[in-house]
Design a protein around this ligand. Structure first.
Ligand code: GLN
Length: 452
């Protein structure tokens, strides 16, 4: 823990942490030392982790990457982080993220962008660590912690993992409790880990998952010992390749690694089958209606009265709401609130929100059909390797297009694992995505192990 505390301090220019908690870390590590000495060590005893600053941590500032929660200190702990502490893990601090997890590059954070430790060969241009869990992927890939928590509403675990050469899993919706995690889009949000290896991710996942009476959408299914299921191999496993994911505009390096992934799995005995997910092309517009709609509703609670920032000397109640929110929310969050309230408003609800919900069902049904022919689905994780800081931030639509391979999974509520699969010509990490059947994370870990 001491070594990691020092590493975190030395890596401050990367801006991975919003809040460092060295005193808490050392205290927890002392307790772990005692446990180990007395033979009562728990599964994650003494493992230093970073926590995405979207998870409420009792007594430690939780900002959600927003000015509006700049000084918010929760009175309670999120269930997932509590599960980690109960398993003996140590908290190093709170990790940077896009504001309210809205973004794919960590550039919408009110506390400055986070910088990937990676550089393209022959260039010292700074790259994004992916987002929204950019602090998590940065801290893991820069070896500032042994693992990190993250969240995924439309790709925020998988995109950062893919572009930093780390492993990330978005579990099945309902696998982890959302209690105490600042809400973005409640029907899509899931907690999950970012880690160095598939094995580490499996171990963290086991500790994080639980049914929770405080989250009515958490599901009471047994959590298997994922680590035990790692070594089964892929012989006989039916791997689906969705033809609709061969998208124009995908970087040739990504397409090449996808083809290689197919070859690797085949060589290890997997059976490759072509599958069709015909509604894929509607996934991005569907996601960018449903997610902002839910966000606009979730963010209504930040009114300057109960939480966070409050404008000075308001004239009246409306002035208090307007100025607190205008001062507290950044541009991307305001854009989402505008889109969300628009698609939910009378007269437009049927045309946008209701239609998006119908298409969401069709997207989920595509997967149900595909899983009649296969056990897992292999796809790219991102359309290109990491891009430069500032490159896409001025054009939201370009940024949204980066989520093209990840959002379908959230709309369908399925689990998906991203594993590092190789490097681009310029030496940047390339990830592959394995999508599984609901609550079948174990098969994803087993297949991921074969690709790693
Ligand atoms: N990039 C997507 C968005 O901005 C996904 C974010 C997420 O998964 N939290 O909405």
């Amino acid at each position: 823990t001491e070594a990691f505390v020092k590493a975190v301090e030395e890596a401050r220019p990367l801006n991975a942490f919003i809040t460092e908690t060295p005193d808490i870390a050392l205290k927890m590590a002392d307790e772990s030392d005692k446990r180990i000495a007395s033979g009562t060590a728990r599964p994650l005893e003494g493992m230093p982790l970073g926590i995405k600053d979207l998870y409420c941590t009792k007594g430690t500032k939780t900002t959600a990457g927003s000015r509006i929660l700049e000084n918010y200190v929760p009175q309670y702990e999120s269930t997932v982080s509590q599960n980690l502490w109960d398993n003996g893990a140590v908290m190093l601090g709170k990790l940077n993220l896009d504001e309210f997890a809205m973004g794919s590059s960590n550039e919408t954070s009110a506390f400055g962008n986070c910088i990937s430790p990676w550089r393209a060969e022959g260039s010292d241009a700074q790259l994004v660590p992916g987002g929204s869990s950019g602090g998590s992927s940065c801290a893991v890939s820069a070896r500032l912690c042994l693992g990190a928590t993250a969240t995924d509403t439309g790709g925020s675990i998988r995109t950062p993992a893919a572009v930093t050469g780390t492993v990330g899993i978005k579990p099945t919706y309902g696998r982890c409790s959302r209690y105490g995690i600042v809400a973005f889009a409640s029907s899509l949000d899931q907690a999950g880990p970012i880690a160095h290896t598939v094995r580490d991710a499996a171990i963290l996942m086991k500790a994080m998952a639980s049914v929770d009476p405080k989250d009515s959408t958490s599901v009471d299914v047994p959590v298997p010992d994922y680590e035990a299921s790692l070594e089964g191999g892929v012989k006989g496993l039916r791997v689906g390749i969705p033809k609709e994911y061969r998208l124009e505009g995908t970087d040739p390096a990504i397409t090449a690694i996808w083809d290689k992934g197919v070859e690797w799995l085949k060589a290890q005995g997997a059976e490759i089958v072509e599958v069709s997910l015909p509604h894929t092309k509607y996934a991005l517009p569907t996601y960018y209606i449903i997610a902002p709609a839910e966000a606009s509703s979730n963010l209504a609670r930040y009114d300057g009265v109960r939480f966070g920032h409050r404008a000075d000397a308001p004239k009246d109640l409306i002035d208090l709401y307007e100025r607190s929110r205008a001062e507290g929310f950044g541009a991307e969050v305001r854009r989402r609130i505008l889109i969300g309230t628009y698609v939910l408003s009378a007269g437009y609800y049927d045309a946008y929100y209701l239609r998006a919900q119908k298409i969401r069902s069709l997207i989920a049904r595509d997967f149900t059909e595909a899983y009649k022919k296969c056990d897992v689905i292999l796809t790219p994780a991102t359309p290109a390797p990491a891009f430069g800081i500032g490159e896409k931030v001025a054009d939201p639509v370009t940024m949204y297009l980066y989520d093209v391979f990840t959002v379908t999974v959230n709309l369908a509520g399925l689990p998906a694992l991203v594993v590092p699969a190789g490097l681009s010509e310029k030496g940047l990490p390339l990830g592959l995505q394995l999508i599984g059947k609901a609550f079948d994370e174990a098969t994803l870990f087993r297949a991921g192990r074969a690709l790693e």
